[in-house]
Design a protein around this ligand. Structure first.
Ligand code: PPS
Length: 576
């Protein structure tokens, strides 16, 4: 294997060995020429994040995507095959069709979405993982409400390829270039500045005054310099986009002492794995040359499960960090939640508040509600220029684009209601409205597709893509496909909720009624076996569990249904 291991001990005494998987410049041209004849895989957005951190050593000591023996042990006991602590499977997932062309010992080219060669990989093994086992091991659950489990079960490809990497070119970023540093660049910067103790703060959210106070306190407590290192790769679906967040961090940085604090962006794809993820984050920070790492309440928490319970306890991550403290090579700075004490006009950790003191706090959910409704956000909570930045990209709902996503059986009445709704929304004015009706999409966007699960998913993902573009740009997209699968609808919801609103409406007209109506004569053909894989007859329909609205067209006319939706949109704040 041609990896170069650079000992950075001299530059930065705390980081340990740093793997550098990039080929020396004189070898990259040869590698590019060789790669032209190799089987080629286009890296997914998650894999692009992973490969960048593999190649630049942020994932040291990994030298490539995990092989099966390493993977098995990581899933089971958070260790590589040689016993080294490593909590997260970093795997290259590929399609079955691509995997069939591969065998151990050969090389493949790994490219970005535009076809730029990022690295070559020497294939060591190809295997089909037990994803349920991985979900239980890594996330402690198979509940797909967990975003990491959902990704694993419904977005990650079915086959894994393990092997070592030879880096040709770092994935390209055009944004915030002045704030992006490799582990070796950060180590060198710390050395140059004479920073010997560095405490890192991880975040995927906008930072407000409570975070500022927490980081101040942490740095003071361990007498260290502060590195604010937000994740700008992939975070939890629905999070504030990193462009907005970074502008907010830059504003906040003005309130830190210039000589003691640095901001650097981390292109990590988070998995939201709570305690395991905290360990992983700590190792990554160690590799960037940090000596301390802040672990607060509910670190990398994924929210609530399908029963409404927390996936992990609020301080589980701190417990796990304690358990492995002798091995991690970086010290934890644990923190309780920080709250505002009105009488003292000061932020303090919740365990340091005195009895009878009036304590103020605005939760993340409450903060989002205030943004959505354009309500006041007090100055004790955040700085005005941070709020202003957030308001620009997260205007109140009545100024946002959104998607209304109908789902239901053929003949349930989706198209009729969708058409009535479209006209009513156009009458109201204010936003452009686009209708992506099932039949129309199949004629224009998806004419080559049939009705297998794979083709239906592709069809819905295309509709979701168009709807997300429309919503992002302030319009209204009305979608009216059958969309029979829960997981695919969830993927569409996730992609749209980051850029606008998403309102799912189940048109729950029972199959008997749809069949009785049989406007297009399709049910009769399906019963006769002339049409195969017909939803509700010979193909499944998974009803939504918690749609924003349910409409049964036995009870209402299309006009009434459309009117009910308008009322719902008003109550949600999308129209006024
Ligand atoms: S899916 O599953 O969401 O991709 O389906 P969709 O694109 O909405 O289907 C559009 C219309 O195709 C007709 N049709 C079928 N539906 C279900 N199953 C089978 N096998 C099938 N073959 C054709 C059907 O009329 C759908 O239109 P609607 O408007 O739902 O009646």
């Amino acid at each position: 294997m041609q990896t170069r291991e650079i000992t950075q001990e001299l530059i930065r005494p705390h980081g340990g060995l740093l793997v550098d998987l990039y080929l020396p410049p004189e070898e990259t041209e040869l590698e590019r020429a060789k790669a032209r004849d190799l089987p080629s895989w286009d890296l997914t957005p998650r894999q692009l994040c992973d490969i960048e951190l593999l190649l630049n050593g942020a994932f040291s000591p990994l030298t490539g995507f995990l092989t099966q023996t390493d993977y098995d042990r990581v899933v089971e006991s958070m260790r590589l095959a040689d016993g080294t602590l490593w909590p997260m499977p970093v795997t290259l997932d590929v399609s079955e069709a691509f995997a069939e062309t591969l065998s151990a010992g050969q090389e493949i080219a790994l490219r970005d979405q535009e076809g730029v060669l990022i690295a070559t990989l020497s294939v060591e093994d190809v295997w089909t993982p037990d994803k349920a086992l991985e979900a239980r091991g890594v996330f402690g659950t198979e509940d797909v409400t967990h975003p990491g489990v959902h990704y694993l079960m419904h977005q990650a490809h079915p086959v894994y390829v393990g092997g070592s990497l030879r880096g040709v070119e770092s994935p390209i970023h055009y944004d915030f270039r002045h704030l992006r540093d490799t582990p070796s660049e950060l180590r060198q910067r710390f050395a140059k500045l004479g920073w010997r103790k560095i405490v890192a703060f991880q975040t995927r959210n906008p930072m407000h005054r409570a975070h500022q106070e927490l980081t101040f306190r942490a740095a003071r407590e361990v007498e260290a310099n502060l590195l604010i290192q937000p994740v700008v790769g992939m975070t939890k679906p629905g999070d504030v986009d990193h462009f907005t967040r970074v502008r907010c961090y830059e504003h906040l940085l003005e309130h830190y002492p210039e000589q003691t604090t640095a901001l650097s962006l981390l292109p990590l794809a988070m998995r939201m794995a709570g305690p395991r993820e905290a360990l992983w984050h700590a190792l990554i920070r160690k590799n960037h040359g940090c000596t301390h790492f802040i672990v607060g309440r509910d670190h990398a928490g994924p929210g609530k499960d399908s029963q409404g319970n927390d996936f992990y306890g609020p301080y589980d991550a701190q417990e796990m960090m304690k358990e492995y403290k002798d091995e991690i090579g970086i010290e934890m700075v644990p923190f309780q939640m920080v709250v505002y004490v009105e009488d003292r006009a000061q932020y303090v950790p919740v365990d340091e508040t005195r009895e009878g003191e009036s304590v103020l706090n605005i939760s993340g959910t409450e903060f989002r509600r205030r943004l959505q409704e354009g309500l006041e956000i007090p100055h004790w909570f955040s700085y005005p220029n941070v709020i202003q930045e957030l308001r620009k990209t997260h205007p109140p709902r009545h100024n946002q684009g959104f998607t209304i996503f109908f789902t239901g059986l053929s003949g349930s009445g989706k198209s009729t209601i969708a058409n009535a709704l479209m006209v009513k929304l156009m009458e109201l004015g204010g936003r452009r409205v686009t209708l992506l009706d099932g039949d129309v999409v199949r004629k224009n966007l998806s004419s080559e597709l049939g009705f297998s699960r794979e083709h239906r998913d592709l069809n819905i993902l295309r509709i979701g893509y168009v709807a997300s573009e429309i919503s992002k740009n302030g319009g209204i997209a009305i979608c009216a496909p059958i969309a029979p699968y829960t997981a695919t609808r969830r993927t569409v919801r996730d992609s749209i909720e980051t850029v606008g609103g998403f309102v799912e409406i189940h048109v729950a007209t029972p199959i008997e009624t749809c069949e009785e109506r049989d406007r297009k004569g399709l049910y009769a053909k399906a019963r006769a076996g002339i049409i195969k894989e017909f939803t509700g007859i010979s193909d499944p329909y998974e009803a939504p569990e918690s749609p924003e609205m349910v409409i049964d067209t036995r009870d209402v006319t299309p006009d009434q249904a459309a009117h009910r939706i308008i009322v719902k949109l008003e109550s949600l704040g999308y129209i006024r």
